[in-house]
Design a protein around this ligand. Structure first.
Ligand code: UD1
Length: 428
């Protein structure tokens, strides 16, 4: 096997101390939530695909493992992936990979689209509640796929897929992506009504169009005109994955908690309009500079209310960092979670650090306190874990965040990047 998989060390921790006045430059990596789907999209065409700006994170290793289990050859070096897809594939996504990474469900659409068959282990729930895939299945059924479940797997078949109007009850990111990848080689036109519009969906559309797909916006709907065959999109320079707006948000929150002035190279302001507006409202100065953003914080931030919504609204993935920010801001902020209602588990960990937070249904009422106090805490998922690291940078004394492997699913060298701008942090 050509891919070197990092062994997951579940004992790893991030250790932080109170850090002040961050200063310098940090480079934002390629987007996890985009690259995983682009890797799945490679399954649609035989041949050699090259992706560039690929983050060095363990979810990418898992997706490599999944593709290799299907018979694909993957080579990974210097933030580039070469994905060599053969004519025939094993169309099964086994449980031992799917249970570790929900995004594995992204192979369902491409496998049905190209081979008319897929067997994918049913993903379980995760630490922020149930994660159903009913919308994915209903949408694919509209194109002619049929599904059955047995022994924990979904079996999908489709003799031919035929374009149709697919109405999503909710603009689900994963369902939109699966329908797109199934529809690109279906007969005729598919119209996706109420699709997700996240920048990562846009990146997938660009990648598929470079492969020969015909996808475009018709007003607020996505139209896909099926083509016979796709071919690899990329030349040897590789297709450049968009930058990770959620990693950028994490770094912005760190500046908010510590103060200072940091330049985020590659951060895409156009993908973070609502977040920038919210942070500006709280007192952060954010300006677009060259190919990135500069964030400056000269005084304690002021609280604001926050409500998560599908894009272009404030992403649910930003919320844990915003909560960390509010724990040290002046005043009271109400945070409303509208996407994943169980996504508040890390609040108990923040309370161990002295945060004043009350949960009422899907609202968190956060009263800022001038001083958090460092404590041993545990990360239960990627974003919540990163939010605890951010809070630790604002806490007096030492904070030890256990469960570093959750954070490393989605962050390349978080400790190195933060230490590079002056934060007191190490990975142990
Ligand atoms: C993706 C992102 C995740 C982000 C989320 C929302 C990846 C790998 N993950 O997840 O980081 O938080 O978008 O921006 O890209 N739902 C159903 N049935 C379905 C599908 C979804 O009820 O079949 C519900 C979910 O439970 C949730 C909401 O729809 O309440 C949004 O989910 P969705 O947009 O599909 O998120 P993901 O694609 O899973």
């Amino acid at each position: 096997m050509s891919v070197v998989l990092n062994a997951v060390d579940e004992r790893g921790t991030f250790v932080t101390q109170r850090s002040r006045d961050l200063d310098g430059e940090v480079c934002i990596s390629g987007a996890k939530n985009s690259v995983l789907k682009l890797m799945a999209a490679c399954l649609l065409a035989q041949g050699r695909h090259v992706l560039a700006n690929v983050p060095d994170i363990s979810d990418v290793s898992l997706m490599c493992e999944l593709l290799e289990a299907m018979g694909v050859t993957v080579t990974r070096a210097d933030h580039r992936l070469v994905v060599d897809v053969p004519a025939e594939l094993n169309t099964e996504a086994p449980y031992h990979v799917v249970e570790r990474m929900r995004a594995s469900i992204a192979v369902l659409g491409p496998l049905l689209g190209r081979f008319g068959a897929a067997r994918v282990a049913l993903p379980g729930g995760d630490d922020f509640g149930p994660r159903p895939i009913d919308m994915h299945l209903r949408a694919l059924e509209c194109l002619g796929a049929t599904f059955s479940t047995a022994h924990g797997d979904i079996w999908g078949t489709a003799r031919t897929l035929t374009g149709a109007e697919v109405v999503l009850d909710y603009p689900s990111v994963g369902a939109t992506e699966n329908v797109l990848m199934a529809a690109v080689q279906a007969r005729g036109r598919t119209l996706i009504v109420n699709p997700a519009r996240e920048p990562e969906v846009g990146d997938l559309v660009s990648f598929l169009n470079l492969m020969g797909a015909r996808i475009g916006w018709v007003g607020d709907r996505l139209a896909v005109d099926g083509v016979e065959q796709l071919t690899p999109a990329s030349n040897d320079n590789g297709y450049w994955v968009i930058s990770d707006r959620i990693e950028a948000a994490t770094l912005l929150a760190a500046v908010g908690v510590c103060g200072g002035s940091v330049y985020l190279r590659h951060a895409a302001a156009g993908h973070m309009t609502m977040l920038i507006r919210k942070l500006t409202e709280m007192g952060m100065r954010i300006s677009v500079e060259d190919a990135g953003l500069r964030a400056t914080v000269a005084r304690r931030l002021t609280s604001a209310n926050v409500s998560t919504l599908p894009y272009p609204g404030l992403a649910t993935d930003y919320k844990p960092f915003l909560v960390s920010l509010l724990t040290t801001a002046s005043g009271v902020g109400i945070v409303t979670e509208n996407i994943f209602t169980g996504r508040f588990r890390y609040i108990d960990e923040l309370r161990r650090m002295g945060a004043d937070i009350r949960i009422e249904g899907h609202h968190a009422v956060v009263r800022g306190t001038a001083h958090l106090s460092g404590a041993p805490v545990r990360a239960h998922d990627i974003r919540a874990g990163a939010a605890l690291v951010v809070a630790g940078l604002g806490a007096e004394g030492e904070t030890e965040v256990a469960g570093a492997h959750h954070i490393e699913r989605g962050y390349e060298d978080l400790a190195g990047k933060l230490a590079g701008v002056g934060a007191v942090i190490s990975r142990r």
